[in-house]
Design a protein. Structure first.
Length: 132
């Protein structure tokens, strides 16, 4: 009896997964973080400016609102590039920290294996003696 080694449904699913992996876009974490930082700063400034405008008499309210939005847009324009730089730096720190934790976990796993397998411990000792 000649039977197929693969299932057509599984092949279709694997093709769909590979298609989505190859065509998916990755959101740039630093851009998203920078946008959130700028938005938070502008929102805080607008809240403070709104509190100031509430104390102004009605005659100058329209001029105050125009000034408020001008300040908001100016702050967004001025803080965009520094926020991108800060987000990139924060993203690098985060990825370095994750890489260090991943390496530490791999080292711990290897050491645990070496404690129970004398062959692995011998390999580690041989590698350490060569590096001296």
């Amino acid at each position: 009896i000649d039977q197929s080694a693969s299932h057509p449904g599984v092949e279709r699913l694997e093709n769909a997964v590979s298609f989505f992996k190859s065509h998916s876009f990755r959101l740039d974490d630093s851009r998203a973080l920078a946008a959130m930082l700028v938005t938070a700063v502008v929102a805080a400034l607008l809240v403070v400016a709104n509190q100031v405008i509430d104390t102004i008499t009605d005659g100058h309210l329209f001029a105050a609102w125009i000034g408020l939005w001008a300040i908001g847009f100016a702050v967004m324009a001025l803080l965009t590039q520094p926020a991108f730089a800060a987000a990139r730096a924060l993203g690098k720190v985060w990825s370095d920290w994750r890489a260090a934790n991943r390496l530490a976990a791999q080292d711990e796993k290897m050491w645990d294996l070496a404690k129970h397998d004398p062959r692995v411990m011998a390999d580690i000792w041989a590698a350490a003696s060569l590096s001296r």
